[in-house]
Structures are given as C-alpha cells and as structure tokens.
Design a protein around this ligand. Sequence first.
Ligand code: NAP
Length: 260
Amino acid sequence: MRLANRVALVTGGGSGIGQAISLLFAQEGAKVVAVDRYLDRAEATAAQIRAAGGEALALKADVASQAEVNAAAEQALATYGKVDILVNNAGISLGSDILTIDEETWDLNIAVVLKGVYLCSKAILPNMLANRRGAIINISSVNGLTGIGEEAYSAAKAAVINLTQNLAVRYGPYQVRANVICPGTIETPIWGERVAKDPQVFAKLAKWYPLRRVGQPEDVARAALFLASDDASWITGATLNVDGGLMAGTGNFADDLSAE
Ligand code: NAP
C-alpha cells in the first residue's frame, strides 16, 4: 500500500479524473476526502470507496468560493486530523476565443481553474507546514503548454503550472512538494457536449497522439499516485505530461519536413 496512513483531499472527486484518483488512492490505503460542487457526486465516489473496504468522506464545496473551501478544509481536518495530499483537480472549460467569450465566462474559467487552486492550497497548506509533510498535485492540461484553443481555460491552466513551481520553491524547505500534471485528451464527462455533437470525437483525436489513443482517467490517476507517494520524495516543481506523447512533437510537420 503506497499511501497507507495518508489523508488525501481531491477536488472534483465526484467525476472523471478526480474520481479515478480518489478510488486509486483509497485502494493504496489513503483516507480520501472527495470534494465536489454537488454533494451527491462526491457521495457516490465515497460510497464506492467504502464498498471496497476503504475510508472516505464526501464534502460539497465550490472551489471558487473561499467560504465553502475553508468550511470543507475545516471539516476534513476535524474528521481526519490532517491532510497529507491535496489534489487540485476540479475544473471547467467554457467558451472559446477572446472575441467571442464574454467577461462573465472568462472570469468563471479563471475563478474555478486558477483561483480554486489558490483557495484550496491556502486552506490546506498551514496543516501541511505544521506537519512538515505534504504533497500537492495540480491538474493542469496540455492546453496550458501550447496554443490549442479554449483561451480562458488554457491561460488559467498555464498559470497553474507557474503557481505550482512557486509552491514548490516556497514550501520545499517545509517538506511540502508540489507537482503538476498536464493531461492530454482524457475520456471523461467534461467532454459530454462535444461527444453529443460528434460521437466520433475521441476516435478523430486519437490520430494526433503518438500512442494513437486518447487517455483514460486511470492513466492520470496512476501518475498522480506516483507523485503523491514516497517514490517521488525528491520530485517537486515538476511538470509531468500525461498525454500519449502529444507534446513531444508535431508528427504532420515532421512528415512534411522529411518528405522527398
Ligand atoms: P469532469 O469529469 O467534468 O470532472 C470535474 C469535476 O469537477 C466535476 O464533478 C465537476 O462538476 C467538478 N467541478 C467543476 N467546477 C467545480 C467547482 N467550482 N467546485 C468544485 N467542483 C467543481 O472533468 P475531468 O475531465 O475529470 O477534469 C478533471 C480535471 O482535469 C480538470 O481540471 C480538467 O481541466 C483537467 N483536464 C481534463 C482533460 C480531459 O480531456 N478530460 C484534459 C486535460 C485536463 P460539474 O460536472 O458539475 O462541472
């Protein structure tokens, strides 16, 4: 068990990647606090963990609300006494380019994707610093690394990478590590609208990936487990792409370059 005696708080723990992380961490011995903006979603994850013999707490919080985040952090700490692992995973992606996105939608992307990481880290860090132990794992995106659209979301995800680096530098001396994962396309409910419009979307995207498939939530969960565990005890400030090779290069460009 790689996370025995650890307490992990996972935001967006009621769906997709956050749910897969919660289930895997519990399987590895962690007590899991699944936080989501709808309690029934967090409860569903906690129920699966308990059914498998694990320990879990479900909490409702909007990560963009300081009051709700602080209340959830207090409840997690009152229940388990500590939080060793924080996974800032909750996210939304709304709107497209800056000429069409309205101000309110822009602000909402930034509030959930970027401010949420700030608020949750701020709420949990004092406990980690006091314990001289912590692992923060932020879920960014390949959208934070290069220009592939969804501008507000992508800009916020890029900022999360820098925030992670600053967390790593500032709190490393207290044995708090912070790392960031950049997933490529992962088949989760966040894609619901696009799948409804085009049921073949994942098959179409697969060809862009050197490994010729899109990812599954478990692909990200296994990377998060590594970063949360003592196997990564000398890794902090790292950006780990979990993207089937998407960011490794541009296949079509390379094909044209080498064409006779
Ligand atoms: P998902 O299945 O939609 O799960 C995200 C969860 O977070 C949902 O339960 C969602 O609730 C919740 N959430 C949204 N806003 C919240 C808020 N303000 N406070 C608390 N919870 C909130 O999506 P996912 O694909 O697993 O995404 C997880 C993370 O991975 C996100 O940060 C996403 O940007 C990132 N990511 C995903 C992909 C991908 O292709 N799937 C790729 C790169 C990065 P609602 O359903 O009600 O919104």
